[in-house]
Design a protein around this ligand. Structure first.
Ligand code: F6R
Length: 261
């Protein structure tokens, strides 16, 4: 079973994940982080920046791989995930820019960009800790319902609900690209530790399906049940449709203190 932790808010989740990442980097200074974009991981990145800010942790060797990128946005577009990762992660954390990769969404080369990205992740020795958000459709990365559970990095077509959700970052809904390049579910499952975050009532159905539903390509988040080390961290609202909630709370309260997440 995935471990499920209910926290009071995004800041509490961010603190928990940032502590886990700090201890990973202390153990492994060239740790490989799997980086989600969107609103969900922002508190984690801020908490991590606060912890690194003191200068006691050398992060110059830390490597990163973003989950996904839009296809066809002009280079430097502020909502390209390359720009978002630079703004929200690389700069505030002081990571080495050349060590943080984002899939290449340039239409001219996108045909082989997925295979190139897979190769780069393998060459880095794989992802140590993968941060994940989840979409209302149940997507992780941009693996929309129907994505193969064995899929690797490739081009996908976004669903209309996902385009509508992401319209908040663009001037108009039509500006949200139709296509993306995303790590596959198979790619994500190769990471050594998955940390799935979700906040707010709008995510409650997707979290219930991911954690307690059948494992199915129709709910891509449910693939986390196949992973031996998954930590799901949610607030009360996102947890509100879980049937076994009292057990998850009980297990967390009684967790041996040495274990961490
Ligand atoms: C982002 C990503 C997506 C988001 C998901 C939730 O890199 O892969 O799966 O995590 O769409 O988005 P937010 O966090 O904005 O609700």
């Amino acid at each position: 079973m995935a471990e499920l932790v209910v926290v009071s808010d995004e800041q509490a989740a961010g603190a928990l994940v940032a502590d886990a990442i700090v201890s990973l980097i202390r153990r492994k200074p060239d740790a490989v982080l799997g980086l989600a974009t969107g609103s969900t991981p922002l508190a984690t990145y801020r908490a991590l920046a606060d912890r690194i800010g003191g200068g006691t942790l050398d992060v110059r060797g830390v490597r990163g791989f973003a989950l996904d990128e839009y296809v066809g946005l002009p280079a430097g577009h502020p909502e390209s995930y390359r720009a978002v990762i630079t703004r929200e992660v690389v700069e505030p954390l002081g990571l080495t820019p050349e060590l943080v990769r984002v899939p290449n969404g340039d239409p001219a080369t996108v045909e082989h960009a997925g295979a190139d990205y897979e190769q780069a992740i393998l060459a880095a020795g794989g992802v140590d800790l993968q941060i994940l958000g989840i979409g209302r459709t149940g997507h992780i990365g941009f693996n929309e319902p129907g994505s193969s559970l064995a899929s690797l990095t490739r081009v996908k077509t976004l669903t209309e609900p996902t385009r509508a959700d992401n319209a908040r970052f663009f001037d108009s809904p039509e500006d949200v690209p139709m296509h993306c390049i995303t790590q596959g579910i198979g790619t994500i499952l190769r990471a050594r530790h998955l940390v799935l975050l979700a906040f707010g009532e709008a995510k409650a159905d997707a979290i219930a399906a991911a954690v307690e539903g059948p494992v199915t390509a129709s709910q891509p988040g449910s693939a986390v049940q196949l992973h031996p080390h998954t930590t799901v961290i949610v607030d009360e609202a996102a947890a509100s449709k879980l049937e076994n909630l009292s057990y998850y709370r009980h297990a967390w309260l009684n967790k041996p203190s040495w274990q961490g997440i």
